[in-house]
Ligand binder design. Structure first.
Ligand SMILES: C[S@@+](CC[C@H](N)C(=O)[O-])C[C@H]1O[C@@H](n2cnc3c(N)ncnc32)[C@H](O)[C@@H]1O
Length: 196
């Protein structure tokens, strides 16, 4: 995990982070409009855009990211936005939360980032086990990830998503979406699931 963490620290020391658009994306906004605020977790929260949006809408938010640099930026942004968020610099594969804590969990671009690493399969299995552990039964999980499009930096098929999640989650929807970025757009999936 050492190398993995360093890579993210390097990314966040760059000025122009391609995915960091500073505003929440459509499927998260839709979720917030259609559901009551609850105890929420944002995994791989980056500079905090989505976590701050959830907190601004009444969610009680914890947010975890492996990058100290990203979390520093996120904390400053949350302060400016005058919201209180429980930020943790930690690993989504071994989370510092009690079993059954969360009613809503969210991932914008973390799950797909394990694709292509030598430990991809075990990381994905551990990720799903950890998410399942920290969620309450019937809690909801919203994820946005890249699709299998060859030009994407990471590639995930609907079949792969099903393969890893369907043992522990009921998939409520899996929709093709365009993921906007500063240097161009990518094809992806937005998935809403319910913890079994
Ligand atoms: C593509 S970025 C997306 C960041 C943020 N969700 C957003 O939409 O702006 C993926 C994030 O996952 C974080 N990350 C990667 N592996 C992680 C791990 N094992 N544990 C916690 N965070 C991780 C990275 O540091 C990075 O901030």
């Amino acid at each position: 995990m050492g190398h993995h963490k360093e890579r993210w620290e390097e990314r966040y020391s760059e000025d122009n982070i391609p995915w960091d658009l500073g505003k929440p994306y459509k499927q998260l906004v839709d979720y917030v409009n259609e559901n009551s605020p609850s105890r929420a977790l944002d995994v791989g929260c980056g500079t905090g855009t989505d976590a701050i949006y959830l907190a601004q809408n009444g969610f009680n938010v914890s947010a975890i990211d492996i990058s100290e640099e990203a979390t520093k930026i996120a904390k400053t942004r949350a302060q400016k936005a005058e919201v209180s968020i429980d930020f943790r610099v930690d690993n989504v594969l071994d989370m510092p939360f009690e079993d059954g804590t969360f009613e809503f969990t969210h991932d914008n671009g973390c799950f797909h980032s394990f694709e292509g690493s030598s430990s991809e399969e075990s990381n994905w299995k551990t990720y799903v086990k950890e998410m399942h552990r920290v969620m309450k039964p019937k809690a909801r999980y919203l994820m946005k990830c890249f699709s299998e499009e060859p030009s994407n930096p990471h590639r995930l098929s609907q079949e792969t998503i099903r393969q890893y999640f369907s043992g522990n989650f009921n998939i409520l929807y899996m929709r093709p979406v365009t993921i906007k970025g500063k240097h161009g757009n990518h094809e992806g999936y937005s998935c809403l699931m319910e913890r079994k």
